[in-house]
Ligand binder design. Structure first.
Ligand code: OVM
Length: 405
């Protein structure tokens, strides 16, 4: 198998790279390697995996906007579902192509619509205020364990309608899912070794009987009552929400807190005008890109970045690299809450663009506005520890010190 991959050569004109985007060194600090991959060319051959990679904004956009050529139904991790059995039944949205994708997507669109967000806003804002006040009194705390993980867990399980029992499975399950998109490395093997109890709890929570009858989970099951999807499909759509709706926002909120703590002028600008909270969150997800990568698989010969790629090839989209591409973003490494962030790919793009983006932004906006009102200052208070995950970028430790307003 490894020999197989090593023997494969890129077509003429495509630069080869020995960079491993799933190595621990890369994941600890991806920025130097992102730059190297962007500068190597519009498309790069990853020798280690026998796959292509796109690190520039223009090519990532082209891939996202052409789901017929760059398909998701063969898996959005390194594994090709045409050659390997998926580790769990494929997602009805993430791992499907139009037109089949669209019927399931419509059910999620409705359960995560602007109307539903309006019904959640008051409760989310209240929880954010409560947490921000507690943290302001505390003075020193870990922005991940005591804030970025706490806030979503205060509001989301209740909004979905989950049982009070077993909620501690949510974040480990999501971290597992995101590790499983990667290659067969130590992170993926460690994920496999500990996944069973999380997988079991999650599957049980997807059932209609396990969900409160007034939450987002029940709204998804209403799509089955209406005959839009089957009961079993509704369960898989709840699984999508539990896979993608928790860890992602933890790391989005963590990224925002880190960016604000490290850029006192930007926190001051947010304090001066808390209505910038939404923009401050959006710029943080551009800069840090909690979901760093997804693969696509080509369905035909296609021209990408001036070279031709054959059918059945895996192409890695380096979303985090595209979000710092200097061809697209002036001063790309700078956290600037007044920057126009439109066009960032932290939520992907095209038909698969994050179906939960309104929920993520609601969490980001309400939490950051509350922090801006409760804290006069926020600053780093020791060394942050990076999360090591095959897909997610974030921190496992982020000590900060705040002054109450
Ligand atoms: C899903 C799923 C899982 C992980 C991530 C994701 C970012 C979706 O099960 O549909 O989107």
């Amino acid at each position: 198998m490894l020999q197989d991959v090593a023997a494969r050569r890129p077509p003429p004109g495509i630069p080869a790279s020995a960079i491993d985007p799933f190595s621990l060194d890369f994941l600890r600090n991806p920025h130097p390697a992102h730059e190297a991959l962007r500068e190597a060319g519009p498309v790069v051959w990853l020798e280690r995996y026998g796959a292509y990679a796109a690190a520039r904004h223009a090519e990532v956009r082209q891939i996202l906007n052409d789901p017929a050529t760059f398909c998701s139904s063969r898996g959005v991790g390194l594994s090709d579902f045409q050659r390997e059995k998926p580790w769990r039944p494929p997602s009805l949205v993430l791992e499907r192509d139009p037109p089949e994708h669209d019927r399931a997507r419509a059910v999620l669109n409705r359960a995560l619509s602007a109307t539903v967000m309006r019904s959640l806003r008051a409760r989310f804002a209240e929880a954010a205020e409560e947490l921000a006040e507690t943290l302001a009194r505390k003075g020193r705390f870990d922005a991940i364990a005591e804030c970025a993980e706490v806030y979503p867990m205060m509001v989301m399980p209740d909004a979905v309608g989950l049982s009070k029992e077993g909620r501690e499975h949510l974040l480990p399950y999501a971290a597992t899912v995101f590790n499983m998109f990667g290659p067969d490395n130590e992170l993926r093997r460690a994920a496999v070794a500990q996944m069973a109890p999380h997988v079991e709890w999650i599957s049980a929570q997807c059932k209609r009987e396990a969900l409160a009858d007034n939450g987002i989970g029940a709204m998804i099951h209403a799509g089955a009552d209406a005959g839009e999807v089957t009961r079993q499909e509704a369960e898989l759509l709840v699984r999508s929400l539990l896979s993608a709706g928790f860890d992602t926002t933890v790391h989005g909120l963590g990224a925002a807190m880190r960016s604000l703590a490290e850029n006192p002028d930007q926190f001051a600008a947010l304090r001066a005008d808390p209505s910038k909270a939404r923009a401050a969150f959006e710029e943080a997800v551009r800069l840090e890109t909690p979901v760093q990568t997804f693969f696509r698989t080509t369905t035909r010969d296609v021209e990408l970045g001036g070279a031709t790629i054959g059918e059945g090839e895996k192409v890695l989209m380096l979303l985090g690299a595209a979000n710092r591409d200097p061809r697209k973003w002036p001063d790309p490494d700078r956290y600037d809450i007044d920057r126009p962030t439109s066009g960032h790919v932290a939520f992907g793009g095209g038909v698969h663009m994050c179906v939960g983006q309104l929920l993520a932004r609601l969490e980001g906006e309400t939490l950051l506005a509350a922090l801006a009102r409760s804290f006069a200052r926020i600053e780093p208070d020791g060394e942050a520890a990076p999360l090591l995950n095959n897909t997610l970028r974030g921190w496992t430790r982020l000590p900060v010190r705040v002054t109450a307003a």
